[in-house]
Write a protein that binds this ligand. Structure first.
Ligand SMILES: Cc1cc2nc3c(=O)[nH]c(=O)nc-3n(C[C@H](O)[C@H](O)[C@H](O)COP(=O)(O)OP(=O)(O)OC[C@H]3O[C@@H](n4cnc5c(N)ncnc54)[C@H](O)[C@@H]3O)c2cc1C
Length: 393
């Protein structure tokens, strides 16, 4: 891994920057947070623009329609996206960041040619149907049942916390195919067509007012056997591949956004009056913000290592859990400090700059739960990185 950028890297940066400065102003205004049809259209329009310019799937291999960019180019691309204030993946999160990469690693040639191009062009949106009411951290306890009937699986059960389910065309679905096997050995990974008969999507509203999650109910839903990814009952192993992408590299855009929030918070602190001066006069505040900036910078370098490794081996390593855990913690610290800096202006969700930080603080709470909670990441790091004894089953 070389942390410096070479001349060709800088040329690539200039090319991306020029394209972004032309493309971003062409986007229509961003729709409201609860107008999901408009949000899907906006996010997929941007994806189409990236696609047509040759930037879709920046780190996907070119044989699968991606850009085949080097790890460094991938990072430069993400830096420039954030710098330009361009959209990140939006509703294409699952498809681009972990469903597509899972299909590249584990899918059949037919699955790759059927699904990957439409993820890249933004024509098809994916969601993830893993969690169930009784299976979150202990995902292997999942009960949604699939029974083979000719050339279809017949699925019955329920998923929950399915982000973007109400705007998705396909889903990553984990089902139990052998209830008599040990729990990790009876699971299968299926491609779920969201328009199949017998699927009911019920949107949920979170305490933060967001409507991105749904419950998904399955009644005799027929899914063709050709939609199975990996072998029957080998779905746990395939799910670990999905998680390695989800925990390993999917949060990189988030990290860059947090770095930007640090700068914006410093600017706000210089303006907000406190005592005879401003919040910025408080050396304690400056020190805390400096620590957070340093931690984020450290995580950026860890990211470079993870991405370099992932692109060499095809799948990110266990470093993803270290990153996810540390990032969640620093994100909480940033959110808490933001609220202390903002003081009473934190109550306003209307004011642009302050609202960004308040939303960021609420969002921080979900980061330490999504894609596996911090406690679970600690267990993984303890057992698989540090070699500590396994927790009792
Ligand atoms: C923003 C967001 C988006 C999400 N999107 C999706 C999605 O698209 N698709 C999907 O399938 N799921 C999604 N989820 C669900 C997410 O994967 C689960 O919420 C998560 O795995 C935790 O499961 P749970 O909510 O059932 O909590 P539980 O598993 O019930 O955990 C409750 C608490 O107990 C702790 N705990 C549990 N087991 C242990 C243990 N062995 N050791 C120590 N502590 C433990 C947990 O850390 C947690 O603090 C999303 C969640 C969030 C917040």
């Amino acid at each position: 891994m070389d942390l410096r950028y070479s001349e060709p890297d800088e040329r690539f940066r200039a090319e991306v920057r020029a394209w972004l400065s032309d493309a971003v102003p062409k986007l229509p205004p961003k729709p409201g947070p609860h107008d999901w049809d408009a949000r899907r259209a906006w996010d997929t329009t941007w994806q189409r623009m990236l696609h047509d310019a040759g930037y879709a799937g920046i780190n996907w291999p070119d044989e699968f329609g991606g850009r085949g960019a080097s790890p460094t180019e991938h990072l430069i691309f993400l830096e420039e996206i954030e710098r330009a204030g361009a959209p990140y993946v939006g509703v294409n999160f699952v498809g681009l960041l972990h469903a597509g990469p899972t299909l590249i690693a584990e899918g059949t040639p037919q699955q790759k040619s059927r699904y990957l191009p439409k993820i890249l062009s933004g024509e098809e949106v994916w969601c993830q149907g893993f969690s169930e009411p009784g299976a979150g951290s202990d995902l292997a306890s999942l009960q949604t049942r699939a029974v083979l009937d000719g050339d279809h699986y017949v699925v019955n059960g329920q998923k929950i916390w399915t982000s973007f389910a109400h705007v998705a065309d396909f889903g990553e679905l984990l089902v139990r195919t052998d209830p008599s096997a040990p729990k990790h050995k009876g699971i299968t990974w299926l491609i779920l067509p969201m328009d199949a008969a017998g699927i009911e999507v019920r949107p949920l509203r979170t305490i933060a007012g967001s409507s991105e999650f749904s419950e998904v109910f399955f009644t005799d839903v027929r899914i063709p056997v050709e939609n199975r990814v990996g072998k029957e009952n080998d779905g746990w192993r395939v799910a670990m591949v999905t998680f390695s992408f989800e925990r390993g590299t999917a949060f990189v855009g988030e990290l860059l956004h947090s770095m930007k929030l640090v700068s914006s918070l410093a600017e706000l602190a210089r303006k907000i009056p406190r005592g005879d001066g401003t919040v910025w006069d408080d050396a304690g505040v400056r020190r805390e913000l400096g620590h957070i900036a340093a931690e984020l910078d450290g995580l950026w370098h860890l990211t470079k290592k993870t991405i370099t490794e992932a692109e060499r081996t095809g799948v990110p390593g266990i470093g993803g859990s270290v990153f996810k855990l540390s990032y969640s913690e620093v994100r909480h610290k940033l959110g808490d400090l933001a609220l202390r800096i903002l003081g009473s202006s934190a109550f306003s969700m209307e004011d642009g700059d302050a609202a960004d930080h308040v939303r960021g603080w609420i969002h921080a709470m979900s980061i330490s739960i999504a894609a596996g909670t911090s406690q679970i990441q600690r267990n993984i790091v303890g057992e698989r990185v540090l070699g500590l004894p396994k927790e009792p089953a």
